[in-house]
Design a protein around this ligand. Structure first.
Ligand SMILES: Cc1cc2nc3c(=O)[nH]c(=O)nc-3n(C[C@H](O)[C@H](O)[C@H](O)COP(=O)(O)OP(=O)(O)OC[C@H]3O[C@@H](n4cnc5c(N)ncnc54)[C@H](O)[C@@H]3O)c2cc1C
Length: 452
C-alpha cells in the first residue's frame, strides 16, 4: 500500500518503509513511539532532514525540544532521494530568480543555498557523520541543440555574475568520455553525493546526543490551539507545546493545519538502481567512477554512479500514488536509461521505489512563522507555529538548512535576511487544489511532445 498525500488520511505507522537501495544497505536504528501525555517548549512534527535539523539547532541552543514522526526514520524523502548534494532548492535557477526579483535577491538566495551545503559539510565533519560522502563530477546535459545553447549561455552568466565555475562540454567532448546518446552538449561542475538514509540516521543520533527527544511511529493526528500554546494528539499520547514546527513537507496529510493545507503539491519522483555494471558495460558507457548527471528536460532525468558501481536513475513518477509501482512506470524510466546508454540494455533493475516531492505554486520553498512580525527585532510571540517546505525535489542540503532557519526564526535568534522571498511570505495557496492532478497529467502529456 502506498501513501498518497492527496488521498490517504495521513501517514500511518503501519505503512512499510520504501523498498529502496538505501534501506537495503542501511538499517536505521528504531526509535520509540509516544505512549503518554507530555509537554515541551518546541514540538517538531516530521522527522526527516527538516525536522531533525531543527531539533539539532534547538537542542544546541539548550531548548526543550521534542520531535514526532508518523512512521520509521527515513519513511519520507529522507530515505528515498537520490543523495545529490545540490546548491539550490525550488525549481528556479539563479538566473530565473534574478529575472523575477533582481540581482541582489538572487545573490542573497545564492548565499542561502551555498550556506546550506556548507552547513551539511560542517556537520558531517563536526559530528563525524558516516554518510558515504563521495565527490565526483556533476554534469548537466542538454537534451537538444536549443537547450545546449541556453546551458552554455547560462554557464557563462553564472560564472561572471555569480562566480560559479564550470566547464562547457561539446557533443564531441561527451562522446569522447561516455557512450551516451541524445546529449547535445553540457556543463561540468564539481559534485558530491551521499547515502541519504545514513544521513537521516546520523542527524537522529546527533539530535539525541544534544538532548532532543525523538518519537517515531507516532503520527500527529490533530493540532489544536489552546490558551497556552498547542495540543497535538497522537494515537496513543499527546503533546502540549508552546511552539510547533511543521516539517512534514510533501508527506503532509491533506487536511492537517490551516497554515499548510493546499499550500503545496505532492508530486511523485521514482528511482531505480541497476545491478553493478560489469567491466564491459563500464567501459562502453564511461560510467566508471562516482559521478552525477541531470538533464535539461522539463521532466528531468537524474542519475549517478553509486560507489559500488551500480547506476541510480531517477525521473518523474506516476501521477497517483496507487500507480507508483506499475510495470509501465518502471518500463518508462528503464527505457529512458537505455535510450541514453544503449550498452545497458538488459541490465537488471535490482531496486525501484518512489517518493513525494513538495512543489510550491511559485516554485520557491518557504520557511515561515505564522505569528511572527516581519522584523527580527519584533517581540517574539510566546506561542507560534511555523513550517518549512516546498523544496520542489531539491532538499538534501537545503531541507536541513531550512530546518535550522525555521528553528532560528522561532527562537528569534536568526540573522536571516527576512526580505528574501523564502522568508517574506507564506506559501501561496493552490487556487483549484482539486484540479492539481488533472493539470499534472496534462503537463506530462505536453512534456512528452515538447521533449522529443
Ligand atoms: C525520489 C526522490 C529523489 C530526490 N532526490 C534528491 C536529490 O538527489 N537531491 C536533493 O537535494 N533532493 C532530492 N529529493 C528531495 C529531498 O529528498 C527532500 O527535499 C528532502 O528530503 C525533504 O526533507 P524533509 O525532512 O522536509 O521531508 P521528509 O524527509 O519527506 O520528511 C517528512 C516526514 O514527515 C513525516 N510525517 C508526515 N505526516 C506526519 C504526521 N502527521 N505526524 C508526524 N510526522 C509526519 C513523514 O513520516 C516523514 O518522515 C528527492 C526526493 C525524492 C522523492
Amino acid at each position: 500500500m502506498t501513501y498518497d498525500p492527496l488521498i490517504s488520511r495521513g501517514v500511518s505507522s503501519s505503512l512499510p518503509a520504501a523498498l529502496s537501495y538505501w534501506h537495503a544497505t542501511h538499517q536505521p536504528m528504531a526509535q520509540p513511539p509516544l505512549h503518554k501525555k507530555i509537554s515541551t517548549d518546541y514540538l517538531i512534527i516530521g522527522g526527516g532532514y527538516t525536522g531533525l535539523s531543527a531539533a539539532i539547532t534547538l537542542a544546541q541552543a539548550k531548548q526543550d525540544v521534542t520531535l514526532l514522526d508518523a512512521n520509521s526514520l527515513g519513511f519520507g524523502c529522507a530515505g528515498r532521494n537520490g543523495g545529490f548534494i545540490l546548491s539550490g532548492s525550488g525549481r528556479l535557477s539563479l538566473s530565473a530568480i534574478e529575472n523575477k526579483w533582481g540581482y541582489a535577491v538572487a545573490k542573497g538566495m545564492q548565499g542561502e543555498f551555498d550556506e546550506a551545503v556548507s552547513l551539511l559539510n560542517q556537520r558531517i565533519t563536526d559530528f563525524n557523520m558516516q554518510v558515504d560522502l563521495v565527490e565526483g563530477p556533476y554534469l548537466k546535459l542538454a537534451h537538444n541543440v536549443k537547450q545546449a545553447e541556453q546551458l552554455c549561455a547560462s554557464a557563462k552568466h553564472l560564472a561572471s555574475n555569480f562566480n560559479v565555475p564550470s566547464t562547457t562540454l561539446t557533443p564531441k567532448d561527451l562522446s569522447a568520455r561516455f557512450g551516451i546518446e541524445g546529449a547535445y552538449g553540457g556543463v561540468e561542475l564539481e559534485g558530491a553525493c551521499l547515502h541519504p538514509l545514513k544521513l537521516a540516521s546520523e542527524y537522529a543520533r546527533v539530535a539525541k546526543e544534544l538532548g532532543a527527544t525523538l518519537f517515531y511511529d507516532s503520527p500527529a493526528i490533530r493540532i489544536e490551539k489552546q490558551k497556552t500554546g498547542y495540543l497535538v494528539t497522537t494515537p496513543s499520547g499527546s503533546v502540549s507545546a508552546k511552539h510547533i514546527l511543521i516539517a512534514t513537507n510533501a508527506y503532509t496529510p491533506k487536511r492537517f493545519h490551516e497554515s499548510v493545507d493546499n499550500k503545496q503539491f505532492p508530486v511523485q519522483s521514482s528511482i531505480f538502481v541497476t545491478a553493478p555494471l560489469n567491466d564491459e558495460q563500464r567501459a562502453s558507457t564511461g560510467l566508471t567512477t562516482p559521478m552525477s548527471f541531470m538533464d535539461t528536460r522539463m521532466m528531468k532525468y537524474y542519475y549517478r554512479v553509486l560507489p559500488d558501481g551500480r547506476l541510480l536513475f531517477g525521473g518523474r513518477g506516476a501521477v497517483k500514488g496507487k500507480d507508483a509501482d506499475n510495470a509501465t512506470e518502471k518500463k518508462r524510466l528503464y527505457d529512458a536509461m537505455v535510450k541514453s546508454f544503449p550498452a545497458l540494455k538488459g541490465i537488471a533493475m535490482d531496486y525501484f521505489w518512489s517518493g513525494w516531492v513538495s512543489v510550491s505554486l511559485d516554485s520557491m520553498p518557504r520557511i515561515f512563522v505564522n505569528s511572527e512580525a516581519s522584523s527580527n527585532n519584533a517581540k517574539r510571540s510566546a506561542y507560534s507555529i511555523g513550517y518549512a517546505m516546498g523544496y520542489c525535489g531539491s532538499g538534501v542540503s537545503f531541507a536541513a538548512f531550512a530546518g535550522q532557519r525555521l528553528a532560528q526564526r522561532m527562537m528569534g535568534t536568526s540573522d536571516v535576511d527576512l526580505s528574501l522571498p523564502i522568508y517574506q511570505s507564506p506559501l501561496k495557496t493552490y487556487p483549484f487544489p482539486k484540479a492539481r492532478r488533472l493539470a499534472l497529467h496534462g503537463l506530462y502529456q505536453w512534456a512528452k511532445i515538447a521533449e522529443r
